[in-house]
Design a protein around this ligand. Structure first.
Ligand code: AMP
Length: 110
């Protein structure tokens, strides 16, 4: 998607501090961390939000969660919170589906 900041990160047009990448998923540190560790895990295809998921995206969502678990393991996180904001009223600012992985000094909202 042309004006999507996360699509630009995927294409390398905007720099990011990547922690994981495979064919379908990218993960990078949040630019404005809300916890000691704050990583965003995103699909490479542009899906705006949970609202836009379709039956065909079922396995991608599973992979997104498993990638999140894998990153948490690799970072030796003892515990963590995962958050997905959905739509403006749900606190979503960037309209490209993303999972927040937060650990350490985690506050309730993101
Ligand atoms: P949300 O409110 O769920 O849409 O969260 C969007 C997140 O993206 C926020 O936590 C921002 O700090 C983060 N963010 C925005 N731009 C960038 C960027 N260029 N690199 C890394 N994280 C970003």
């Amino acid at each position: 998607m042309e004006n999507c900041i996360f699509c630009k990160i995927i294409k390398g047009e905007i720099p990011s501090n990547k922690v994981f990448e495979n064919k379908k998923i990218v993960a990078f540190y949040d630019i404005n961390p809300k916890a000691k560790v704050h990583i965003l895990i995103i699909p490479k295809i542009h899906i705006e939000s949970i609202k836009d998921l379709e039956e065909k995206d079922k396995s991608l969502i599973g992979e997104l969660i498993l990638a999140t678990q894998r990153i948490a393991r690799e970072k030796n996180l003892g515990g963590y919170k995962i958050v997905v904001n959905v739509g403006r009223e749900g606190g979503q600012i960037v309209n490209h589906l993303h999972v927040h992985l937060l650990s350490g000094d985690v506050v309730l909202g993101v």
